[in-house]
Design a protein around this ligand. Structure first.
Ligand code: NAI
Ligand code: ISE
Length: 345
């Protein structure tokens, strides 16, 4: 039997995920949708020619017995409430980042899930499913480069809209690095500092862009992360881990190499959709398969969502203070430690 998904939020990424579940992946189907904008929900099911029920809100959608898993792709501030209701109803949840917009909100989810007694929630940190990052992780875990000492990375977007604010560079954009890097080097963050290089003239008045973020991990790994969201040339994700015996670097996405008009070149992708398409497919297939075969999701957990939120809050504080701010993450609860063995390596 296909896993029945109810979708809460049929905007840009919600529709992308609905399409992949319907057209690309196996073992799942969309059975229900809701959106505060009912027209959007209607259009989403028409686009895919689905026979899904449309509900007025998440509460009504969760009452549908055919909904076994909820895909939460509404706006960030709405995530916590839907995830808590879904846990209460005993449904599986795939929630796009952020798990919740505050660390306290993430903790409420962590507590509710533990009270339920088994894992229900997976957070959409898709980079852990990207083949480039996976190869880096394998190399590091197999001691190929020895102990990691330093990391250099960059998260560049072509441009941002007027609603994009300085704190979003951390909470909306860098949040992917925040999740991926502690997983990659196998260590917890200790502190964060943010500095601002010369501002690009391409960013709107209210936005500080670019930004340089420096993390230190508990064992002393130093991570330099550039966030540059109006870089103009494309969507560019870079990552290099420098270890005691060597270096591993995130591969470029293969695109055709061309020779034309005196140029030997290759194209740069323009947004996250194409860059992480395979990773999105892999994370969803894993979510579906893990639930169907093992009864619970194995990917990034509520605890990982909580780590990202605590780190993000410290990052915003560091943006404002200019100082090195501590990151205080409590010990991973046993509930998530037991599950971590099976989590994506
Ligand atoms: P969007 O604005 O295109 O879509 C959000 C939809 O949710 C809208 O249709 C809106 O009407 C609906 N909505 C808002 N509150 C609702 C509620 N309480 N109940 C039902 N529907 C509600 O936004 P987008 O770009 O699709 O982003 C959605 C989420 O996905 C965000 O949390 C964002 O951070 C995340 N995202 C993740 C990406 C990734 O790389 N993993 C990339 C882009 C977005
Ligand atoms: C967006 O929400 C994402 O998650 C993208 O992956 C990221 O590159 C972009 O900066 C965010 O706004």
């Amino acid at each position: 039997m296909a896993l029945g998904f109810g979708v809460v939020g049929t905007g840009a990424i919600g529709r992308e995920h609905m399409k992949r579940i319907t057209k690309t992946l196996t073992g799942a189907e969309i059975v229900a949708v809701t959106d505060v904008n009912q027209d959007t929900a209607q259009k989403a099911i028409e686009e895919l020619d689905l026979k899904a029920n449309i509900y007025a809100d998440d509460t009504a959608l969760l009452q549908d017995e055919k909904v076994e898993a909820v895909l939460v792709t509404s706006w960030g501030p709405a995530h916590e409430s839907t995830v808590l209701k879904a846990i209460e109803a005993g449904k599986f949840v795939f929630v796009e980042k952020p798990l919740a917009t505050t660390a306290e909100g993430c903790m409420r989810i962590v507590e509710a899930e533990q009270k339920h007694g088994k894992r229900l929630v997976q957070v959409g940190f898709m980079r852990r499913y990207d083949s480039g990052y996976r190869q880096m992780k394998d190399a590091i875990d197999n001691n190929f480069i020895g102990e990691p000492l330093m990391v250099r990375c960059a998260h560049r977007n072509r441009e941002t809209g007027e609603n994009y604010t300085t704190d979003m560079a951390i909470l909306d954009t860098l949040i992917h690095e925040i999740d991926t890097l502690h997983w990659l080097v196998g260590d917890n963050y200790k502190s964060i500092q943010v500095t601002y290089p010369k501002k690009t003239s391409k960013a709107l008045e209210h936005l500080k862009d670019p930004q340089i973020v420096t993390f230190e991990t508990k064992s002393g790994v130093i991570i330099h992360a550039e966030i540059f969201v109006n870089c103009q040339f494309g969507y560019d994700i870079q990552c290099e881990v420098i270890g005691e015996k060597g270096i591993v670097k995130l591969p470029e996405v293969p695109t055709v190499e061309y020779r034309k008009d005196g140029v030997l070149g290759s194209r740069i992708l323009q947004d996250w959709r194409n860059r992480f398409n395979d990773a999105f497919n892999n994370e969803f297939q894993d979510f579906i398969d893990s639930i169907r075969n093992e009864g619970e999701p194995k990917g990034p957990s509520s605890w990982d969502g909580y780590i990202a939120a605590v780190t993000g809050d410290a990052g915003v504080k560091a943006q404002e203070s200019g100082k090195v701010e501590p990151i205080e993450i409590p010990e991973r609860p046993l509930f998530y430690q037991l599950n971590i063995k099976s989590e994506v390596k």
